[in-house]
Design a protein around this ligand. Structure first.
Ligand SMILES: [Zn+2]
Length: 410
């Protein structure tokens, strides 16, 4: 399994300049490779493969030594791999009939990744007990190691810029924890993520975002409005944009801290956690509710719960989302007529009278228990932890690249 760990970086001014320069090279590479794919298709009805593009890249790096040649080879290849993934997702969504979202040109790149750091990324001792992050082609960057790195081998390293701060996210390859025992879980929960409460547990507890976070989010919305009011290209707008970026960073940090707190508690108390599988957008119907905000929080909770549970040899299960709200958790009947968003209570002829989210959480738990060996139903393999860390697009999806706010292990 993989354990991510995030550290603050303090690059020297010349290192910072070099990083920004490499971001530019990678942005150019991405846009160029995207254009190549589009052209190949338009002119010759031919799909370029990842291998084709990597071969081109190697040639290009060889003669553009002062440009893309400055970027470590695997880092540049990783960028192409992401583009390849983006096309993969695009075609998959086309096949599934979901709104596809064609890969886009990038106006900015804020991170780069050493995808398989066989020594190309390592934390090394610096002067006077300090530490440095040694990166091939970039040198040794001052790093703040606020907690001892895990014992595993460094698998990937991502360097990213958030506003004016720099971070390194290292994923460590750890020995797999023992797999969950074959006995049924002793304290399982189902979690319904929603809008009226952040989360409702099948135990009846609810989780609300803390006040400080809601206040920070409100400040963020205000900062957003200020930016859009000001004249494009003006000095004042630039100022407002900087403020907005700081608000974003603040909200992101607070959300992450909060999600860590919540998921640590869950993982400590429960040996099975079940969520709805939201990779297929089941919420399209009520999608226009202020989704973007809660979305980010939900993704984080699921990701963190997954790896924390796995680390403790517990179970993390995702169940199909369809009908969890509409089904009675007592007798299995469907609500007729279907519950609307305004109905806060589920009332069933069988006598069940329950908060709608609690009812959904109970259904999620029941479906999860039916899925695991030793549960109540047939045995199917249980899904475990998140994939190794790959950071990139901002799209919040649970595919190859987990949302970046959720990467930090505690
Ligand atoms: Zn019922």
């Amino acid at each position: 399994m993989y354990q991510p760990q995030k550290y603050r970086l303090y690059p020297f001014p010349n290192q910072e300049r070099e990083l920004l320069r490499q971001f530019e090279e990678l942005r150019f590479l991405w846009n160029h490779a995207l254009e190549q794919r589009i052209e190949a298709w338009r002119k010759e009805k031919r799909s370029l493969s990842h291998v084709d593009q990597c071969r081109d890249l190697a040639r290009w790096r060889a003669y553009d030594k002062e440009g893309i040649g400055r970027v470590y080879g695997h880092v540049a290849q990783d960028s192409l791999a992401r583009l390849h993934d983006a096309f993969g997702h695009f075609f998959r969504r086309v096949r599934e009939g979901v709104r596809p979202g064609f890969p886009r040109y990038k106006r900015e790149i804020t991170s780069l990744t050493y995808p398989d750091s066989n020594g190309s990324a390592a934390i090394v001792p610096g002067r006077n007990g300090t530490r440095r992050l040694r990166l091939s082609m970039l040198g040794e960057l001052p790093i703040e190691v606020h907690r001892e790195p895990p014992a595993g081998r460094v698998k990937t390293c991502t360097v990213e810029r958030e506003g004016d701060r720099w971070f390194a996210i290292l994923t460590y390859e750890m020995e797999d924890p023992p797999s969950p025992p074959s006995t049924p879980p002793s304290a399982p929960i189902g979690v319904d993520l929603g809008l009226s409460h952040l989360a409702t547990l099948s135990t009846g507890e609810t989780v609300e975002p803390p006040k400080f976070l809601r206040r920070a989010e409100e400040r963020l919305r205000r900062a957003q409005r200020v930016v859009s009011r000001r004249t494009k290209g003006s000095h004042r707008r630039e100022k407002a944009r900087e403020r907005l970026a700081r608000c974003h960073a603040k909200v992101r940090d607070q959300r992450r801290d909060f999600a860590h707190k919540v998921t640590s508690t869950w993982a400590a108390r429960h040996d099975l956690i079940a969520f709805e599988d939201l990779s297929v957008p089941s919420m399209l119907g009520d999608a226009h509710l202020s989704r973007s905000i809660s979305d980010a929080g939900w993704g984080m909770l699921r990701q963190m719960a997954a790896y924390k549970e796995t680390r403790r040899s517990g179970r993390y299960v995702e169940v199909p989302a369809s009908g969890t709200t509409q089904t009675c958790s007592g007798c299995g009947r469907l609500h007729d007529p279907p519950l609307t968003l305004q109905d806060r209570t589920y009332v069933c002829p069988c006598g069940l009278h329950m908060d709608r989210d609690l009812n959904a959480a109970r259904n999620i738990l029941a479906r999860a228990l039916a899925k695991i060996p030793g549960g109540t139903g047939e045995s199917t393999p249980v899904e475990t932890g998140p994939p190794p860390h790959r950071k990139g697009r901002r799209v919040r999806s649970k595919k190859r690249e987990p949302p970046r706010d959720s990467e930090v292990a505690r």
